[in-house]
Design a protein around this ligand. Structure first.
Ligand SMILES: [Zn+2]
Length: 290
């Protein structure tokens, strides 16, 4: 069933249109009728193959103003730089502006993907509206890009997960207590990791009132480049090593948890068994950003 109002702008007075998960310019990289598979791993860890024709999945969640307006302009801005990265893995230098545009596209794509299986929605509706109002990733978002060296026929994959267990520096238990309270009160921490062709992306976001930063482990820079918040300098993609060296997309999804710091107790506030099952153990190492 199509929602009555646009998930981004909330408009219910103009017709809804069907939005491609991946825009036509991406399918066009692979020819008129690309062959291959695209898959999504849901919050229960179940792998589902998208549609029968790769890149042709569409969902009716956005209005024609958004689809033909800012979303179309965004796709136009990123297609020139992302095309050669996705299709051929070309080494590319990304200016701060390009980093911001790609991060904008990455968050938009993650948000649209989250509606693929609506019963397992991960990202709160309020995030869509805030993102639309800002027309850029939110200050609470963090976006990394990485390289998949050998996509073979797996042209697109996605993993999404609610983060329920995080790590904080042992000297900052006050932060731990605040985050734990926020989560118990309904705040959400989420991450979506996806790949398309040679490009792999992780979007991390949260609705916590607390500001924090995810500290990257010493080895992370081998595999990832952070593009949001954008750096002030041009960066080079790809990083030195591909995600195949850390277990592929799943490895990238889980790579920000390799510390031995004390963990915030996992909040027990899921109301049903399915949600508990869905809440996979994950961890992140957090620092205050203030
Ligand atoms: Zn709209």
């Amino acid at each position: 069933m199509m929602p009555r109002a646009c998930v981004f702008c909330g408009n219910d007075a103009v017709p809804m249109t069907k939005e491609h998960i991946f825009a036509n310019w991406i399918a066009g990289l692979y020819g008129h009728m690309p062959t291959g598979i695209s898959q999504i791993v849901d919050t229960n860890g179940v792998v589902r193959v998208w549609g029968t024709r790769v890149f042709q999945d569409r969902i009716g969640i956005v209005c024609e103003n958004c689809n033909g307006g800012w979303m179309s302009q965004l796709e136009g801005r990123v297609s020139q730089i992302l095309g050669p990265i996705i299709k051929s893995g070309w080494t590319s230098s990304l200016s701060p502006v390009s980093q911001s545009d790609i991060a904008f596209w990455a968050v938009k794509t993650a948000f649209v993907m989250d509606h693929m299986y609506r019963e397992e929605r991960l990202i709160p509706d309020s995030e869509y509206r805030a993102f639309y109002d800002a027309r850029q990733p939110l200050p609470s978002h963090m976006v990394w890009i990485a390289e998949r060296s050998n996509p073979a026929d797996n042209l697109a994959s996605s993993l999404k997960e609610q983060v329920l267990e995080i790590q904080v520096p042992s000297n900052n238990q006050d932060l731990a207590a605040r985050i734990s309270d926020d989560i118990a009160a309904g705040a959400r921490i989420y991450r979506v990791t996806f790949s398309v062709g040679h490009l792999a992306v992780q979007v991390f976001g949260h609705t916590l009132p607390t500001t924090f930063d995810v500290t990257e482990g010493p080895g992370n820079h081998e595999f990832t480049r952070r593009i949001w918040p954008a750096s002030s300098q041009t960066i080079i993609w790809p990083p030195p090593r591909p995600i195949e060296d850390i277990g592929g997309l799943r490895g990238l999804h889980e790579m920000f948890g390799e510390t031995s710091l004390p963990r915030i107790p996992r909040p027990i506030q899921q109301s049903n068994r399915k949600a508990r099952r869905a809440a996979r153990r994950t961890s992140n190492h957090l620092d205050t950003n203030q």
